[in-house]
Design a protein around this ligand. Structure first.
Ligand SMILES: Cc1ncc(COP(=O)(O)O)c(C=O)c1O
Length: 327
């Protein structure tokens, strides 16, 4: 994986959420710090920040790419901002160049969560190569799976040593059972790693299949005014379709409506993320819905269609036919 992502160091951990916790801790984020990150993402991103006793500062999603609006980052920077967390969503990448420029200008760390885009590139450079520290997940729905698993990637030798120590209970260097810092057991087992190596060999075929699934969905749903489909590409990347998400444009039918009716027809779907600023566990009265209206719409209207690599062309076409009939 280090080779794939042009990295000096890549080491396995127990899952993608652990990788994020480790990354946040390793770059020194702690009490009183702020981390700018998307509201439209999985809870693992916010949990890592909150568990470090820092504050997540949310950015709305771009209505087209569904990734964080990079142009909204700079006004949110304060003297407490320590890092930007860039999370690539569903198959299109974050626009990394302007994000990296802002990070450089304000001397901020970049944590790149590339869990959903293993094998994807931004302007030809691999995802997982952009952060001061980058992370992957190897959960079963990812392009590479080890059952449960994750990875931390970086170049800095000292930081890598620190990460490895944090992953392995911070055993003492001279006296093994004397600990100077709080660590975790975030190790991955050798058995899982062996599965991961075999999976890595299949990555090109997996990506090809994902793109084929995306192509067939587009072919059969394009032009249907009831939905907005994912972008096929941007200036900087071609969609990798980790999942094939669609947005209902019919005012009377939200994602819940579609998911319920499709379940009755034995078609499995999943909802889009529920934004972090709305999570009951993080309720923050200073954040109002208006600041995050794109994320709210995505969450209410977006869901994704069957996207597993075992799908056949006929199955995908059958899904699209049922959807077209109902729309
Ligand atoms: C963007 C992103 N980050 C982190 C994770 C968490 O990974 P894991 O389930 O391996 O803990 C996921 C899981 O789907 C994810 O999509």
């Amino acid at each position: 994986m280090a080779c794939l992502c042009n990295r000096q160091h890549a080491f396995a951990v127990s899952n993608g959420s652990a990788a994020l916790e480790l990354a946040v801790q390793a770059v020194g984020i702690g009490k009183g710090d702020e981390v700018i990150m998307p509201t439209f993402t999985i809870i693992s991103c916010a949990l890592a920040v909150v568990r470090a006793r820092a504050t997540p500062v949310y950015v709305d999603a771009d209505p087209h790419t569904w990734n964080m609006k990079v142009e909204d980052i700079e006004p949110l920077i304060t003297e407490r901002t320590k890092a930007i967390m860039a999370v690539h969503i569903y198959g299109i990448t974050v626009d990394m160049d302007p994000l990296l420029e802002i990070a450089k200008k304000y001397d901020l760390k970049v944590i790149e969560d590339a869990a959903e885009v293993i094998g994807q590139t931004y302007k030809g450079q691999p995802c997982g190569s952009f952060g001061d520290i980058s992370t992957f997940s190897f959960y079963p729905n990812k392009h590479i799976t080890t059952g449960e698993g994750g990875m931390v990637l970086l170049n800095d030798d000292e930081l890598a040593e620190r990460c490895k120590s944090l992953r392995n209970l911070c055993f003492g260097k001279t006296d093994r059972f004397v600990h100077q810092e709080l660590g975790w057991n975030f190790r991955m087992s050798n058995l899982q790693a062996a599965v991961g190596v075999a999976q890595l060999e299949r990555l090109p075929q997996t990506l090809e299949k994902k793109r084929e699934i995306g192509r067939i969905y587009h072919q059969h749903l394009e032009g249907n005014e009831s939905f907005t489909l994912p972008l096929t590409q941007t200036d900087y990347c071609k969609n990798i379709y980790w999942v094939f998400g669609i947005i209902s444009e019919d005012e009377s039918k939200d994602a819940k409506w579609w998911m319920e009716i499709l379940t009755k027809q034995e078609i499995g779907t999943r909802p889009f993320f529920y934004p972090m600023h709305k999570q009951p566990i993080f309720k923050n009265s200073t954040m109002n819905d208006q600041q995050f209206k794109n994320s709210q719409i995505l969450s209410k209207k977006g869901f994704y269609l069957p996207s597993g690599i075992k799908l056949t062309q006929n199955q995908i076409i059958m899904v699209t036919e049922k959807i077209v009939k109902l729309s």
